[in-house]
Design a protein around this ligand. Structure first.
Ligand code: SAM
Length: 244
């Protein structure tokens, strides 16, 4: 049955994405460390340093496709006692793992919401910050997700997106291709017993728009001062925009 991902109609894509994350939820954090050789931690730290949540003022943050909580925990660590974070994810299993990880540590400052990035069950102009890390690529209707990000942000709110991008360094590009097509599904098979979800992951990275095109899409949703910053030779990029 699965997974002829390449030409899946949009309506079915979400179901396939959900299958992937239901399968890997319990091993997700381990897989991240293995597959990125720990680099996802540095990329996530870079995202937080661009967000710079204030330490002395209230800050209300939304992390979409927040999964097991990596970004949310970092925002809470970097911010002050008045920082509050909502983790939103479409997948209850990923949220469950996030809840288990959070335990009582962030009680009262962290909230979990199950929902779709394309149609946030949240009110207008409620957040100072919005992040989405390795999530937007999975969303079937990206322009809808960007419009929703714009809607829920306050004026002056900051949008940040961390996502795989396009390696444009000679030699590194070949190494990266070999790694992602051969090694990644291999690790996936070893750890979760199934390499197929990871083949999908690699495929979806290739299909994601180039950084300039993605920046245009962010502008299209209404954001101003849009920019992006490639990291690690373009393996990932962080896009930034403001609701002016
Ligand atoms: N942000 C986390 C991180 O960086 O470790 C998790 C990233 S994980 C690769 C992608 C997440 O996106 C999964 O938890 C998945 O359930 C979620 N997701 C996929 N489609 C979504 C949608 N339409 N709305 C909200 N979340 C979605």
């Amino acid at each position: 049955t699965h997974f002829g991902f390449t030409d899946v109609p949009l309506a079915e894509k979400q179901g396939l994405v959900d299958d992937v994350f239901h399968k890997v939820a319990d091993r997700y954090d381990l897989m991240n460390d293995l597959m990125s050789v720990g680099m996802h931690r540095l990329w996530k730290d870079a995202l937080i340093s661009m967000l710079r949540p204030p330490r002395e003022r209230p800050f209300s943050h939304l992390d979409v496709a927040g999964g097991t909580g990596d970004i949310a925990f970092r925002v809470l660590e970097a911010g002050g006692p008045q920082t509050q974070v909502t983790i939103l994810d479409i997948n209850g299993d990923m949220l469950r793992v996030g809840r288990e990880r959070a335990r009582q540590t962030y009680a009262g400052r962290l909230r979990f919401v199950q929902g779709n990035a394309e149609k946030l069950p949240l009110s207008d102009r409620a957040y100072d910050g919005y992040t989405i890390a390795f999530g937007i690529r999975n969303v079937p209707d990206i322009p809808a997700a960007l419009r929703e990000a714009y809607r829920v942000l306050k004026r002056g709110g900051h949008f940040l997106c961390l996502e795989f991008s396009r390696v444009d360094v000679p030699v590194l590009d070949t190494v990266y291709d070999t790694y992602s097509f051969n090694v990644i599904p291999g690790i996936g098979r070893l750890v979760t017993g199934d390499g197929e979800p990871y083949r999908y992951l690699v495929e979806s990275i290739r299909k994601f728009p180039l950084p300039d095109t993605f920046a245009d899409m962010i502008r299209e949703a209404g954001f101003g001062r849009v920019s992006y910053r490639p990291l690690s030779g373009g393996i990932v990029a962080i896009h930034s925009g403001w609701k002016l």
